[in-house]
Ligand binder design. Structure first.
Ligand code: CLF
Ligand code: SF4
Length: 528
C-alpha cells in the first residue's frame, strides 16, 4: 500500500475552516512532499485503508472516482436528469449529441427522476459492482435542484446501499450546501478552472445570476466567489469534495498550480486535472477558435507540478452524463428505457453484498502481491536507483493484466520505479483487432498514444503488432498475463533493469504521446 498518501480526517472536516487547513498542511508534510523526479510524492486517490482514517476509507473504498484502487473493481452510473445550465463554458456545447461518441456535456436520453430511479435500480440488479449514482448533467446538477434532489431522495428509499454523488460548476453551491447534506450526498465535485477572474474571463463568456445574464470579469468574479464559498461550506459540513479542472494550454496551465493550492487550503479531498478536448466538430467556442488541448506529457507535467498540494486524481475518464459501468467502459446502451421495461428487475441487497465481499478479498490479494513485488524490487542491482519509466497496461478490470492487445480500447499508464508502480493516466486508442483481424491502420494511433512508454503489458499479442511496437521502441510483454498489474509492472521493471545492468538493453528516455480526441471527450463538470 502507498505510504506516501495524505488524507484528511473526516471527523475533523466538520470543524472550523482553519482546522481543516491545518489538517491538510500536516497531512501533506507528512507524506506528500515531492522528493526528486521519480514521482514518489504522488498521492491522492491511490491510497489504501492504511493511508487514511477508517471513516474516510469507508466513504471512498467503493467509489471508483475517489479511490484509484476501487476503479478496477467498482462501477458508477450517471443519470441525465439535469438539462439546464446557469453558466456557459467555452469548452461546452450541450446541443451536440452523437451516439458514436462519448463526450461529457452530451447525452442521448434525458430522464425524469422516476425514470432515472427505475434505471438505477435496474442497473444495480444487473451490475452488483455498481456502487455510485452520480448526477453530472447534461447541464448543471444544481441548476436543476428539484430534479436532482428528487432523484436522490427516491433512490435512497429504494436502494439505500448506493452512494450519492453530484457534480456542479459551483455557481449555485452555497445556496444548496444544506440541501446536499439533507440528502446524505457524501461526494461533490466542483469544476474550478481558475482562482483569478482575469483567467476566468477567458473561459466563461457569461453566467446567469440574479435573474439576468452577467458577462466579462464581473461574471468570472461572481463564479469564483461562489465556488470558493461553496467549497468551504461543504468542507465545514464534512462532505468530501473533488475539484475538476480543465487544463487549457496557454490559458490556465500554470495557473492550475495556484488553483491546486487554493482548493487544498479550503479542504478539497481530491484534485482532478483533465485535458481540454476540443475539436471543431464539437461546435464549442474553443473547438471553433482552434484552442488546442494538452499533450500527454504536458498534462502529466502540470499534474506532477501539483504533487505535494491537494491530492491528485489521475484515473478520470471524462465520462458522459449517462455513463454506466466501470470507468473506461460504457454500458449505457444496454440500459435504455425500452430495454429496462423488458428486464426482470430484482434488487437483491444480499447478492450485491456477497459480490462486494468477494471484491474485497481480491483487493487484498492484489495489495499483498504489490507489497511482495515492492520488497523484491528494493534489492540493489547496480542500476540508477532513481530510474523511472512508464508502462502501458491492457486490462478489463479486477486490477489484472488480462486483455489482449488487439481488444484494448484504452491502455492504463503506470509510472514504475524501484519504490512504486503508480497509476498516472490512461490513453484511449482505436481498436486494433476488428472482426478477428489486426487493423494495420490502427497501429500508428496506438503507438502515438503510448509513445512515452517503455513497455506495454498485455495478456496476448500477435506477431505483427509485436514487431511494430518493438520497432517503435515499445517492448511488447505478455509474460505476466493474468497477474495483478502492479506486481506485473514491478516484475517487468526488475527484469528490464537486469538487462540494463548486463548491457543487453541501453536505457533511453522516451518521447511524448498524444491524447486521443473525441472518445471520452472534452472536459466538464458533467464529467464530474
Ligand atoms: Fe460521476 Fe463524477 Fe461522481 Fe464519479 S464521474 S459524478 S465523481 S460518480 Fe469520475 Fe467520470 Fe472522471 Fe467524473 S471518471 S468524469 S471523476
Ligand atoms: Fe454548463 Fe457544464 Fe456545459 Fe459549463 S460544461 S456550460 S457548466 S453544462
Amino acid at each position: 500500500m502507498s505510504t506516501n498518501t495524505a488524507y484528511v480526517d473526516a471527523s475533523q472536516l466538520g470543524k472550523s475552516r482553519q482546522a481543516v487547513s491545518q489538517i491538510l498542511e500536516t497531512a501533506a508534510s507528512g507524506g506528500c512532499g515531492t522528493t526528486g523526479g521519480d514521482g514518489k510524492a504522488s498521492c491522492g486517490s491511490s491510497g489504501g485503508p492504511g493511508d487514511m482514517p477508517e471513516e474516510i476509507w469507508n466513504k471512498v473504498k467503493n467509489h471508483p472516482c475517489y479511490s484509484e484502487e476501487a476503479h478496477h473493481h467498482y462501477a458508477r452510473m450517471h443519470v441525465a436528469v439535469a438539462p439546464a445550465c446557469n453558466i456557459q463554458c467555452n469548452y461546452c456545447n450541450r446541443k451536440y449529441d452523437c451516439s458514436n461518441e462519448s463526450r461529457p456535456g452530451v447525452v442521448s436520453q434525458k430522464l425524469t427522476p422516476e425514470q432515472a430511479v427505475k434505471k438505477v435500480v435496474a442497473v444495480a440488479s444487473e451490475i452488483p459492482q455498481m456502487t455510485v449514482l452520480g448526477i453530472a448533467g447534461p447541464g448543471d446538477a444544481l441548476a436543476n435542484p428539484k430534479k436532482t434532489f428528487e432523484t436522490f431522495r427516491m433512490l435512497q428509499e429504494q436502494a439505500p446501499d448506493i452512494k450519492l454523488c453530484l457534480s456542479t460548476n459551483g455557481l449555485a453551491l452555497p445556496e444548496m450546501a444544506d440541501e446536499i447534506c439533507k440528502y446524505n450526498i457524501d461526494h461533490v465535485t466542483i469544476t474550478i478552472n481558475m482562482v483569478d477572474p482575469a483567467v476566468g474571463e477567458k473561459i466563461y463568456p457569461w453566467i446567469f445570476w440574479d435573474h439576468k445574464r452577467v458577462t466579462g470579469i464581473e461574471a468570472a468574479t461572481i463564479l469564483h466567489q461562489q465556488q470558493m464559498k461553496g467549497l468551504e461550506m461543504l468542507t465545514e459540513r464534512g462532505v468530501l469534495t473533488k475539484i475538476n479542472s480543465v487544463l487549457i494550454p496557454g490559458i490556465n496551465d500554470e495557473h492550475l498550480i495556484e488553483v491546486n493550492r487554493e482548493v487544498k487550503k479550503r479542504g478539497a479531498f481530491l484534485h482532478n486535472i483533465m485535458p481540454l478536448i476540443s475539436e471543431p466538430e464539437h461546435g464549442t467556442v474553443f473547438g471553433l477558435t482552434g484552442q488546442r488541448g494538452p499533450s500527454a506529457q504536458e498534462l502529466k507535467a502540470v499534474q506532477d507540478a501539483c504533487m505535494g498540494g491537494a491530492n491528485l486524481m489521475r484515473h478520470c475518464r471524462q465520462c458522459r452524463a449517462d455513463a454506466v459501468g466501470l470507468l473506461g467502459e460504457d454500458r449505457s446502451a444496454e440500459f435504455t428505457l425500452d430495454k429496462i421495461d423488458e428486464m426482470e428487475v430484482v434488487y437483491d441487497l444480499d447478492k450485491r453484498k456477497r459480490y462486494q465481499d468477494a471484491v474485497e478479498v481480491e483487493r487484498q490479494a492484489q495489495h499483498a502481491a504489490k507489497v511482495a513485488a515492492l520488497e523484491a524490487a528494493g534489492v540493489d542491482d547496480g542500476v540508477d536507483p532513481d530510474m523511472t519509466v512508464l508502462v502501458a497496461v491492457a486490462t478489463e478490470g479486477h486490477g489484472k493484466v488480462n486483455q489482449h492487445f488487439g481488444h484494448a480500447t484504452e491502455f492504463q499508464i503506470f509510472q514504475v520505479s524501484k519504490s512504486q508502480a503508480l497509476f498516472v493516466g490512461h490513453r484511449r486508442v482505436d481498436l486494433y483487432c476488428q472482426g478477428g483481424y489486426g487493423e494495420d491502420e490502427a497501429l500508428p494511433s496506438v503507438v502515438n498514444a503510448i509513445n512515452d512508454c517503455h513497455a506495454v503489458l498485455v495478456s496476448k499479442i500477435g506477431a505483427c503488432p509485436k514487431d511494430e511496437l518493438s520497432a517503435a521502441g515499445i517492448e511488447p510483454v505478455d509474460a505476466y498475463a493474468h497477474e495483478f498489474i502492479e506486481k506485473a509492472a514491478l516484475s517487468w521493471f526488475a527484469d528490464y533493469r537486469s538487462r540494463v545492468a548486463t548491457g543487453q538493453v541501453k536505457h533511453q528516455a522516451r518521447g511524448d504521446a498524444q491524447i486521443r480526441q473525441g472518445a471520452f471527450s472534452s472536459a466538464t463538470e458533467q464529467a464530474a
